[in-house]
Design a protein around this ligand. Structure first.
Ligand SMILES: Cc1cc2nc3c(=O)[nH]c(=O)nc-3n(C[C@H](O)[C@H](O)[C@H](O)COP(=O)(O)OP(=O)(O)OC[C@H]3O[C@@H](n4cnc5c(N)ncnc54)[C@H](O)[C@@H]3O)c2cc1C
Length: 439
């Protein structure tokens, strides 16, 4: 195991056939820690507090890098604090948003697989449908805004936070569709797609993790999108009403009144017959410890790498998981950028990239190397936890926790309660009272 050369993407593309969606194309964002640090050091959050809700506002687009552990929340906070030490006020709102991610990570850590189900009862009694009409998937709803958001999702893998809220509200409340299917669609196509921020945000919109459902009207979309879809729009706009009227239309009855039901239902993606044949392993030199490198910790600054500079690393694309929920190719390419960047920068003897069942492959690699210990950076993703549990049956598994933005040991219920305790840790100042909690 001495890979120090870039991954052969052509071979990997073939090996991953059936495990991703879409054609390979140049990605809009290059992955990797080097690029993450470059973007972070070029970012200035001036005007973020006032402008962040506008699609053209000064947002950072750092989330794909944070999601893949190419940089951590603590690094983002600390590097910005250092650079803007003379003017910490410009960082306050940006840090509060970083804290939303930390909070959602804690929500996932608390609920685990429970986050895939409604955490609370919805605060309405409208029925939901888990059969997703084709127009919602291909982006032919006839509404330029909704179709435009979907096109951005498919083409760029990025949607502004406000667009995510609008899209999720349209999906759940105006179409009466199951939030879980929407969250899964986002997880496949977003470059930052995850379980924590994504599933919890969908539940926040749906009101199964919030005190009321989130929805918007046309004025809101027009204002914060700069009119890019609304100016000259000829569609029969379901959002063009005031909030009281919408509240009544959407939640006054027992069914979603604007829902377009009964169209072609999409069956869940069939699980392909089975994962490919077991992959033959590269030659493995003796190593008492190996590092399982996963897609939430692609940084040479991660605790697992920093504490084990002589252990070889192994990254495994989980074939069965990818076949059951195929990510967009742009997502795979972003991860490969991150792995190539790691290979260039780690002192470790090498990093192999394999495809198959992570437990089977990691066990075989560890046995071939004579390793007794497998290191990994801690992740709260339920699938990772389950893999680590299975590895523990035969090996010593050491999970390295990442530094936290804020310590919070209570059950993470509403963000406001978390922020009461976290604000001082995140910003150095106590939480402001009476703020507006729009996300
Ligand atoms: C329905 C829905 C689904 C979402 N799915 C995901 C997801 O899969 N992965 C993901 O990382 N985020 C998700 N978010 C949260 C948020 O939209 C993105 O983190 C944010 O838009 C990323 O863009 P940015 O880096 O330019 O953010 P910026 O505005 O520059 O914010 C800086 C950082 O703060 C964090 N952050 C900002 N806003 C939020 C927020 N509302 N919730 C949590 N963290 C936040 C992110 O880490 C972000 O990189 C979702 C939000 C909604 C409403």
């Amino acid at each position: 195991m001495n890979r120090k050369t870039p991954i052969d993407r052509y071979a990997l593309h073939e090996r991953l056939s059936g495990c991703f969606t879409g054609e390979p194309k140049a990605t809009t964002l290059r992955g990797g820690r080097t690029e993450a640090l470059r973007l972070l050091d070029a970012y200035d959050p001036a005007g973020y507090g006032r402008g962040r809700n506008f699609l053209a506002g000064p947002v950072s687009k750092l989330s794909p890098y944070i999601r893949h552990g190419m940089i951590s929340l603590v690094e983002v906070r600390d590097r910005l604090s250092q650079r803007f030490a003379d003017d910490p006020s410009r960082l306050e709102e940006f840090f509060r948003q970083l804290a939303w991610r930390d909070y959602f990570a804690k929500v996932l850590a608390w609920h685990g697989r429970g986050l895939e189900e409604a955490i609370e009862q919805p605060k309405h009694n409208v029925a939901r449908d888990s059969r997703i009409p084709l127009d919602m998937i291909v982006g032919e709803t006839g509404l330029p805004c909704v179709d435009g958001m979907l096109a951005n999702l498919y083409q760029d893998g990025y949607l502004h936070n406000h667009a995510r809220l609008w899209f999720a509200a349209y999906w759940c409340h105006f179409r009466g569709l199951d939030w879980l299917q929407g969250a899964r669609l986002f997880r496949r196509f977003l470059l930052d797609g995850d379980t924590a921020s994504n599933f919890a945000s969908w539940q926040w919109v749906e009101s199964t993790f919030a005190a009321k459902p989130y929805f918007m009207n046309k004025e809101n979309i027009k204002n914060f999108s700069g009119g890019q879809w609304c100016n000259g729009c000829q569609a029969a706009c379901p959002f063009d009403r005031d909030y009281a009227e919408l509240q009544n239309l959407l939640f006054g009855g027992t069914r979603a009144p604007l829902a377009n039901r009964g169209k072609q239902g999409l069956a869940p993606t069939p699980l392909s017959a089975m994962a490919g044949a077991a992959q033959s392993l590269p030659s493995i030199p003796h190593a008492p410890e190996i590092i399982w490198v996963h897609d939430a910790a692609l940084s040479w600054n991660s605790p697992a790498f920093k504490t084990n500079p002589s252990a070889p690393g192994v990254f495994v694309f989980d074939e069965l998981a990818m076949r059951s929920e195929p990510p967009a190719w742009h997502r795979v390419a972003f991860i490969l950028d991150g792995i190539d960047d790691l290979i260039t920068n780690i002192p470790n003897p090498g990093l192999e990239v394999l495809v198959g069942d992570p437990v089977d492959i990691l066990e075989r690699v560890a046995l071939a190397a004579g390793a007794e210990t497998i290191h990994l950076d801690q992740s709260h993703e339920p699938a990772m936890i389950e893999i680590a549990e299975r590895l523990r049956r035969r090996f010593r598994v050491v999970e390295h926790p990442a530094p936290e933005l804020a310590r919070y040991d209570d059950e993470p219920k509403r963000f406001s309660r978390y922020w009461d305790k976290a604000a001082a840790q995140v910003t150095g100042k106590p939480a402001k009272r009476g703020g507006k909690w729009h996300r």
